[in-house]
Design a protein around this ligand. Structure first.
Ligand SMILES: [Zn+2]
Length: 363
C-alpha cells in the first residue's frame, strides 16, 4: 500500500514514544467502554450506538460540557467499575505508544453515588497493575482536589489517599472552576500534601488569567502547571516560567473545545516552545473532547508548523517534567532516544539544514 503524506504522518505520530502528564481518567474512558457502561444500565435509551454517544459528547459551551460530564459520571455506579476503567484507558494509551501516565482521578464526583475515596483508589490501582502486566505501561495516580469542595473535604481526601502514596498514588492536583474558586485558600492543603510527600500540580491559567498562575506557583508551590494557557498575559510570568523551567501541561484540543482558544493556529504553545519554556503535550479528557495524545502531536505539525525534531524535544520534555525519580527518568530517556533513532531512520527525516528550514518526511 502506498501511503500518502497524511497517512505517513499519522503513522509517525502514533510511533512517537509518549508520556501523558495531564489526563483525567474519567474523561478518557474509551468510547466503547463508556457505551457498554451506558447499555448495561439501560438508563438512557437515547444512546443506541457509538454514533449517538459521539454526538452527545459535543458541547455548546463550558456549562454544557460540565452537564455532560455529570451525565457521563452517572453511569459509574460502583467502586469496582474503576478497575476496568483504568485498565481500558491504559490499554488504549498503550496502543499509541504511551509509556507512562500520571493520571488525575476525582473521587469526590462519586461521593453522592455512595463510593468512597479509598475504595475507588484501590480499584484504580488494581486496574493499572493489570494494564502494566498486560501492556508494560507504567502509571501513577494524582488525586484531583476539586476547588468547589472546600478545604475541609480536600484535607479529608488527602488523608484518605495517604496510605496509597508510593503504592500507586504520586501527587495531588487542583481542578474545578478556576473562575469561581481561586486557589489561594488551598495553601494549607498543599503544604500538608508536600509534607506528606505528594508531588504537586494545579490547573491554572485555563479559565482564569495570569494571576491565577502566579497564585499556584507562589502560594501553593506547585511543581507543574495544568494548562498555563493564559501565561502570555504577563511577560514577567513568562520570564519566571522560563527561568525556573516550570513545566506547562498543555492540552491544545481541550482548549479549543472549551472555547479557551478560538482556533488552533493562534494557540500560544508555539510561542512558549520557541521562547524556551518547558512545554509538554497532553490530551486532558480525550474521549470527552474527541481527541487523543497522537492527535495532539498531529495538530502541532498540521496547524502550528512544528517540525519532527520539535516533536522529539516535546516528547523528551515530558520525561523531564514528570514526577518519575531521577534514575527512572534516565531509564525512560534511553528508551525514548532509542525509539526516536528508529523513527528518524524509518521515516528518513531530513534535518533542518538540508531541507532549508523545516524537517520533512521523505517517502
Ligand atoms: Zn484538566
Amino acid at each position: 500500500m502506498n501511503l500518502g503524506f497524511t497517512d505517513k504522518l499519522v503513522e509517525l505520530v502514533m510511533a512517537i514514544p509518549k508520556i501523558e502528564l495531564h489526563l483525567h481518567l474519567e474523561g478518557a474512558i474509551p468510547l466503547e467502554t463508556l457505551f457498554n457502561l451506558i447499555q448495561s444500565q439501560g438508563k438512557d435509551t437515547s444512546i443506541k450506538n457509538l454514533n449517538d454517544l459521539r454526538k452527545k459528547l459535543t458541547y455548546i459551551d463550558f456549562a454544557h460540557f460540565i452537564e455532560i460530564w455529570i451525565w457521563k459520571n452517572s453511569f459509574i455506579q460502583q467502586e469496582k467499575d474503576f478497575e476496568p476503567i483504568a485498565y481500558q484507558v491504559l490499554a488504549s494509551l498503550s496502543k499509541q505508544n504511551v509509556k507512562y501516565v500520571e493520571a488525575f482521578y476525582s473521587p469526590g464526583d462519586y461521593f453522592k453515588q455512595g463510593m468512597s475515596t479509598p475504595g475507588i483508589t484501590e480499584y484504580l490501582i488494581k486496574g493499572k497493575q493489570k494494564a502494566y502486566h498486560d501492556f508494560g505501561i507504567q502509571s501513577e495516580l494524582i488525586l484531583d482536589v476539586i476547588r468547589g469542595d472546600g478545604i475541609e473535604i480536600a484535607m479529608q481526601r488527602l488523608k484518605q489517599v495517604t496510605p496509597y502514596l508510593g503504592k500507586g498514588v504520586i501527587g495531588i492536583g487542583l481542578g474545578g472552576s478556576e473562575q469561581k474558586y481561586p486557589a489561594a485558600p488551598y495553601v494549607s492543603v498543599y503544604q500538608e500534601a508536600k509534607e506528606r510527600g505528594f508531588r504537586l500540580t494545579a490547573h491554572a491559567g485555563e479559565a482564569a488569567g495570569a494571576e491565577s498562575i502566579w497564585t499556584v506557583i507562589e502560594k501553593l508551590g506547585v511543581e507543574r502547571i495544568g494548562h498555563g494557557f493564559r501565561a502570555y498575559e504577563d511577560p514577567k510570568l513568562l520570564a519566571r516560567l522560563k527561568q525556573k523551567q516550570i513545566p506547562l501541561e498543555m492540552c491544545l484540543i481541550s482548549n479549543l473545545r472549551t472555547g479557551v482558544c478560538p482556533s488552533l493556529d493562534v494557540h500560544p504553545i508555539k510561542q512558549y516552545f520557541k521562547q524556551g519554556l518547558m512545554v509538554t503535550v497532553n490530551s486532558d479528557d480525550p474521549t470527552m473532547f474527541n481527541t487523543n495524545i497522537s492527535q495532539e502531536y498531529l495538530a502541532l505539525v498540521q496547524k502550528l508548523g512544528f517540525t519532527i525534531k520539535d516533536l522529539k524535544r516535546l516528547s523528551l520534555n515530558s520525561i523531564k517534567a514528570s514526577f518519575l525519580s531521577e534514575p527512572n527518568k534516565q531509564i525512560m530517556k534511553s528508551r525514548f532516544e532509542k525509539e526516536w533513532q528508529q523513527i528518524l531512520n524509518e521515516y528518513r527525516v531530513e534535518d533542518k539544514e538540508k531541507s532549508g528550514g523545516t524537517s520533512r518526511i521523505i517517502f
